[in-house]
Ligand binder design. Structure first.
Ligand code: THU
Length: 140
């Protein structure tokens, strides 16, 4: 994946993280999703008093993209950590539910970037993070 695009996605994920609504966990997550048409959709986690109705940052970005007509994705960058942390000390990996939702719309070899900063990141394919996924083919 092109270095410039990786950096742009990480910057967008950090920007999305500033919008996180995380008054219950205090854990702010941002995501930036790159579509096959090279559009970037941002998402943040949106928590709820019921806890269970919380939407993760990744699924927020996916829902924004799909509802605007983009249904195939090349890459996503994810950043997360305590809301007021000056620097991120850990990578924020996508939860199982988000991995499954991403797999519904993944283009070939979709890239997943988890980052602590622009330079400190790890890059995976979605297939590495969700091998043997349940999919529409499983239903046929
Ligand atoms: N969270 C995400 O936004 N993405 C994930 O993949 C894992 C968890 C959010 C949900 C909740 O608002 C907070 O992180 C703590 O779990």
């Amino acid at each position: 994946m092109d270095e410039e695009i990786v950096q742009e996605l990480i910057i967008n994920a950090f920007e999305a993280r500033t919008k996180s609504y995380c008054k219950y966990s205090g854990f702010a997550v941002g995501a930036a999703l790159l579509t096959d048409e090279d559009k970037i959709f941002r998402g943040c986690n949106v928590e709820n008093a019921s806890y269970g109705a919380t939407i993760c940052a990744e699924r927020c970005a996916v829902l924004k993209a799909v509802s605007e007509g983009s249904t195939s994705f090349k890459a996503i960058a994810i950043v997360g950590g305590p809301k007021n942390a000056a620097e991120l000390t850990d990578y924020a990996y996508p939860c199982g539910m988000c991995r499954q939702v991403l797999s519904e719309f993944e283009g070939p070899d979709m890239t997943v970037i988890v980052a602590k900063s622009i330079d400190d990141r790890k890059i995976f394919t979605l297939a590495q993070l969700l091998p043997e996924a349940f999919s529409s083919e499983s239903l046929s």
